[in-house]
Design a protein around this ligand. Sequence first.
Ligand SMILES: Nc1ncnc2c1ncn2[C@@H]1O[C@H](COP(=O)(O)OP(=O)(O)OP(=O)(O)O)[C@@H](O)[C@H]1O
Length: 236
Amino acid sequence: MTGLTKTYSRGVVPVHALRGVDVVFPRGGFTAIMGPSGSGKSTLLHCAAGLERPDAGAVLVEGRDITGLSEKDLTRLRARAFGFVFQSFNLLPVLDAEENITLGQRLAGLPPDKARLAGLVDSLGLEGRLRHRPAELSGGQQQRVAVARALLHRPSVLFADEPTGNLDSRSGGQVLEALRRAVTEHGQTVVMVTHDPVAAARADRVLFLRDGGIEDELSDPAPDTVLERIRRLESV
Ligand SMILES: Nc1ncnc2c1ncn2[C@@H]1O[C@H](COP(=O)(O)OP(=O)(O)OP(=O)(O)O)[C@@H](O)[C@H]1O
């Protein structure tokens, strides 16, 4: 992404959510985005994922700038190439776990990929849970269903917005393990917004945002180093 700018007008006061951000999310890499509340993390993620349009700048996906695409083409790109995991699971309550995981595939009129489903269910530890509806699952199980749903169509990029925000540390660890495996075993690209230094430390690289700009960057992060950087950022 180059020169990414996004300004919201809230009443008469403009809010500069992104101020000319240049960033690359390497293919097959796991990048965490951290920063104080309001620093622009979600806006950056949404612009990268084609959920929001920047005011200026380019978002290149597979060599093509997606900022000029029509809504229809953007929707098609998101459905084909991207997967999404949000803090609040976003599962449909009347569908069971398997129906939630395969809904996108069925809506797209694609044949069921039973081997792929079985592999995901196995690697995410969801055996025996497929006939349960979301209300009958723990938070961690619901989020693992959401991860399976996001990965079923083998997206090249998985975007996660605070995927462990509502989970205890054990459930969060299982979700992070699934994201890590998507990168290490399947060469997928993961971009994750998080407030949690332990979660960020599972990434290859952490970007630190402040006031709509990238302030700092850390490679091969460890939880202590991430915590120290975020404290430094918040104290400035
Ligand atoms: N739709 C909107 N309309 C107006 N202002 C917005 C809108 N979306 C975001 N903003 C503002 O833009 C700035 C950046 O918001 P953003 O949600 O990207 O921050 P964030 O770092 O993800 O914050 P948090 O950690 O609290 O989720 C904030 O000041 C926010 O209030």
